[in-house]
Design a protein. Structure first.
Lengths: 232, 232
DNA sequence: AATAAAAGAGAGCACTGCTCTTGACGAGCC
DNA sequence: GGCTCGTCAAGAGCAGTGCTCTCTTTTATT
């Protein structure tokens, strides 16, 4: 019978989940550096060495948390996008911007784990980059949809795209298909601008200068939309 | 005679400097999390407890490194700005962008310490924020100079600045004086875009998609300049 | 029921930041 | 010149960490 084996595997999956849950809670209060396997084990009523049956190292636990985090923000972004009328490209862009900001404000330490400085000595395995692009394809699809619908009218202020960029642009088209190089550049700028803002806001770089961050963020993202060529 | 006392203080200053130098080297190789007081003491041929005569805690050492780092990037930016003709505002903007990028690429771990996730449990003292704005005033002066010279012709695509932003804008004017609210918004966007790009590049968020980062960065910053209204 | 696989328990290693106490050295005062 | 006092290095020690062993217990399969 394989049901007995399934029973064992079920309790294993259960415990694995419990470990990541506790770890995520510790992460939320202490930050990535303060995440301690022993503390997690203690809270589970386990001895520390037993944790290693489930996660061979601290980095593997972090990897699991990172993948979960990318999926969480990806799901939030997907939901926000899906809640908008598909042809309202500007609304979709603003919705996903606010979705990722809301998630980041609700999970600042997880945001730092995903988008902040890489934890020292930790090399992100390939599994994480697959999850990392989940939100990116949503941004890309919005831009792509708008372009294909003829709804993109960017201001003609940028200098011509330099020739050597075309190779990179071709790779980006795997995520934002069917758009010309100059649109890709604007997409990159909006993308880095979005996360640049969030990192500054969450990491305290505004230094009590921007207090009404909600207003400023919303307006900045509207400007980014205008720069992308999305209609007001 | 106070020269004897000065002698004592001189060797103290010397040792303090040696500690920060070694710590900075460790930081460059191991990252902020791997910075160990004991390792620094070992390399100095000192016993670990002696370090605490000079830095009462690990956080105080980090604070010293952070302040040094902000000053280093501030100085690099100042020099790059000063090397340009004052009326070439676009050239000055591009120069400071490349200066901060060059510094970041040369000191990635220090960059992470300054602009990445805050180290857990570490609260930046007020001394650091004073040093942190050193580069910011340079960006601000470039925008301000260009505006006052009438050289700023931003594309009219942004929606009107929302009224609640005016309070924050007034605070920002302490750094970028004499500019209207909409210019401040564009300055903020360019500023967050610059560091958003650098963080993505240094923290590996581009995931081997953008390989010729130098070309892409330069062009992005030219687009930011155009969005700011700086002449091509 | 016997056997093989999986999981928990415990001790231990090398490391960390940090504190406390002890002993030595040197500068200032009488 | 001798004495005192503040500064400094050294050492031991505490509580904590990640991680690796070995040993025992539990569970599932044959």
């Amino acid at each position: 019978m394989s049901s007995s084996r399934t029973a064992r595997e079920r309790v294993r999956a259960e415990l694995t989940r419990e470990i990541t849950d506790i770890a995520r809670r510790h992460l939320a209060t202490e930050g990535a550096g303060g995440l301690s396997l022993r503390a997690v084990a203690r809270e589970m009523g386990m001895v520390s060495s037993a944790i290693y049956r489930y996660f061979p190292s601290r980095d593997d636990l972090l990897t699991a948390l990172i993948i979960d985090g990318y999926n969480a923000v990806g799901e939030a972004v997907e939901n926000a996008d899906a809640a908008c009328p598909p042809e309202d490209h500007t609304g979709r862009w603003l919705a996903v911007c606010h979705a990722v900001r809301d998630w980041a404000l609700a999970h600042p330490h997880e945001y730092a784990l995903l988008y902040g400085s890489p934890v020292p000595g930790y090399q992100a395995p390939q599994d994480t980059v697959a999850a990392a692009v989940r939100d990116t394809v949503v941004y890309g699809r919005i831009v792509s949809d708008a372009y294909l619908a003829g709804a993109l009218n960017p201001p003609a202020v940028c200098p011509p795209v330099p020739a050597p960029f075309s190779e990179d642009a071709a790779r980006v088209r795997a995520i934002i298909p069917d758009v010309p190089d100059d649109v890709i550049v604007r997409g990159l700028i909006a993308w880095t601008g979005l996360f640049g803002w969030l990192s500054f806001e969450l990491f305290g770089q505004f230094n009590n200068t921007i207090l009404d961050t909600g207003t400023a963020f919303d307006h900045s993202m509207r400007c980014q939309a205008a720069f992308l060529g999305l209609p007001a």
